[in-house]
Design a binder for this molecule. Structure first.
Ligand code: TMP
Ligand code: ASP
Length: 253
């Protein structure tokens, strides 16, 4: 059911609509999944509902420990009210263990612990396939300045510590994740806050005991049901009732 609102932007997994007040937007979570820069596509029933709830859970937790985010409140099953930000055109990736592109690039076995959390950046540009960029590039091309980057690293590492702890508490290892950063204006000053979403679409999550993957790699690598994996994450975090077997009858608003 498409709400009658002005669409501001449509991405691969979400749509942004005009919000009820200036400076706000409504973020709608679709069931669409893409991988490999949208070369692989599917509709995964229930994914949008789960990611809406999970992103709410993480953003609320971050706010509670003093990390600023764009999240204001959840509106319904698929929508949340957020602050309007100017997105910094970077994907900010934090890695604790080798997997995915770093494993390939450096010939590391997936799961190898990294000597310390590694923060890296990709330039958000689908046509170019989100290429990895250095701080030199970011500053030279004016996507962010040095002070912004210092703030971004500090935010990313706080998010990493928070998420790592929350996941470890429910038997899940946070291998890596991606966040996006939004810029807001406070008078003449700008401030950077966590934006976009935090969900199993943008994290790698492995069961501590079995190593089972509970994130979008299930879709990328055809490892089974993505809804089952995300439901398991939601159940462990208490976002879904413990006895829920299927999100449809149990996730009411
Ligand atoms: P990578 O190993 O493929 O570089 O991915 C690192 C992390 O970033 C992983 O948790 C998945 C996430 N990610 C996204 O959220 N969006 C993307 O477009 C890509 C490539 C990765
Ligand atoms: N989100 C990216 C895409 O659509 C890549 C990924 O997450 O693997 O295609």
């Amino acid at each position: 059911m498409a709400p009658r609102r002005k669409k501001i932007y449509e991405g691969k997994a979400k749509i942004l609509y005009e919000g009820p007040e200036p400076g706000t937007l409504v973020q709608y979570f679709k069931d669409d999944a893409t991988a490999f820069n949208a070369q692989k596509k599917a509709t995964i029933e229930g994914k949008g509902v789960l990611n809406n709830r999970l992103s709410e859970f993480f953003m609320t937790g971050l706010a509670n420990i003093g990390v600023p985010t764009h999240f204001i409140r959840r509106l319904n099953m698929r929508e949340q009210l957020i602050r309007q930000v100017e997105i910094v055109p970077l994907e900010v990736i934090v890695r604790n263990f080798a997997a995915g592109s770093i494993a390939k690039r450096l010939g590391l076995e997936e799961g190898t612990p990294l000597p310390r959390p590694i923060v890296e950046y990709s330039y958000k540009n689908d046509a170019l396939g989100d290429p990895m960029v250095s701080e030199e590039y970011i500053i030279a091309f004016g996507w962010a300045n040095q002070q912004d980057l210092d703030d971004i690293v500090a935010l990313a590492l706080r998010v990493n510590d928070f998420l790592s702890g929350v996941f470890y508490g429910v038997g899940i290892k946070l291998i890596d994740f991606k966040i996006e950063i939004g810029r807001i204006w406070d008078g003449d000053f700008t401030r950077l806050i966590v934006a976009d979403e935090i969900s199993p679409d943008s994290c790698r999550l492995w069961d501590v005991k079995t190593g089972q993957k509970l994130d979008k790699d299930v879709f990328r690598r055809d490892l089974g049901s993505l809804t089952d994996a995300y439901s398991e994450v939601a159940r462990r975090l208490g976002v879904l009732p413990a006895n829920a077997t299927n999100i449809k009858p149990t996730l009411i608003n």
